[in-house]
Design a protein around this ligand. Sequence first.
Ligand code: HEM
Length: 477
Amino acid sequence: MYLVSHPDDLRYVLQSHPSEFRALDVPGSRDFMRVVRNSVVNLHEEDGWTRRIRLIGPEFNEQLVVPKTPEMVETTLATLAEFEGDDGGATRADPGAVPESVQVRAPDHDGVRLLPAMQRLTLRLLGVSLFGPDIRAQETEIIESVDGLRDLFKQRQTRLVASYVGRRLPDELHLPTFLQEGLGADPTIELGSRQDARIEAYVDQLVGAADAIIERRLRTPRAYDDALGTWLCRRDPVDGESLDPATLRQEVLGLLIAGHATVTAGMTWACYLLAARPEVQERIRAEARETELLAPHGEAACAVALGEEPATEDGESFIDALPYTRRVWQETIRLYPPLPVFGRTADTDTTVGGETLAEGTHVLISPYVTHRDPEFWDDPGTFDPSRFEPEAVAGRHELAYLPFSKGRHACLGETIATTEAVAALAALCSTYRVEFARPHDVAPDEFDPHEAPHVELDSAINLQPDRDLCVRFTPLE
Ligand code: HEM
């Protein structure tokens, strides 16, 4: 197994010689691939990727995604309104019986739990982009099962790494017995049946949610202007067939996983960085308030929107008017790439960066590592959105930044993710102040709401903070 991190070598693997590599084929990725099987997330050319892109691809293009921006702004504002108040919106945010793991309420802070809050927001944004607003009816099951699967995959990955290390440690180390057992106990790495059953239970829960979403849309496919309704009706121009129901269900399931946990992670890190930087919030706010969509009451643009002339701003001009907000998002996912590691397996003997790799060798690619390489990034640990000003981008190796990967199998949802995040950050900062929430056992005069609590990275498929961060969204005057 190799880690490929130099941009020249990444270009070789992803862009100039992709046919020498297949999808990463290690036990840790097989689990995930089993869950998203037969969705575009794990198809490659040989098993129908091109046909699938013909059937569902257009809905990921800028021309169809960007016009949904006003709806994304609306959804963000409506969701944030649920989190307002002295109790962090506890009662509004978790109205029914919501399992503890996905509860937004933070019982011991004067705010909300950031990760569940972003899970809820970004799932609704995915509804705007692809699946329609009624995805909300399945919100709790989807969040709970995607979260649960992540935890189980992480446990399994940890066991895999431990076992791999254990089998390679020299005998003369004389490790204590408990460590030897812990590290080397499971050379075949089979999943325990209990853990397996829990994975199946979460997959069943997700399948149930996907079925409910599809069944509703089957009743009135054209009632919403969403991708799902279009996919139900579209026929392949080559073979005249549409997607059969079982494939469509796998597609919904795969996209729920690929499109939700990633944007959630990015938005969580963005709020973490913003809460510590009121001046960055202020710049986003100033930019956002210049737009027609987010102009405050009484401003000129607001008068136009309400007055004799109809509003003229469409999604495209709105997003184009937010270059700083976009750079904050780009810098956030440079520092904390939501998918920190992915990979390929060599399909033939090949040479990368002067190393000869035999067929079957695994190649790991880590945006996290490349994004922090001092050869390409000055002071790489510092948050600095100006790295994404056009001149800075032009002077940098193109492959030094790859949060969405590059080449043929780069992220299909890049435009969706970017549009959702820029719209959501602009909407958030134009109307709210984001601060860290105060724990109830700390006195107000001893608490600095802009001091970022220390967090470690929790990496299992996506990259999240390793602890419950709590924030407060305070409405601006
Ligand atoms: C910040 C958010 C996101 C990040 C950082 C991200 C990152 C990535 C990366 C690195 C890959 C390539 C993985 C590989 O080659 O093994 C990928 C693939 C993919 N992503 Fe995303 N993603 C994001 C959001 C989304 C969204 C919102 C969707 C859908 C709504 C989506 C759908 C997909 C699909 C379908 C693929 C497989 C593409 C193919 O193989 O042709 N992603 N993503």
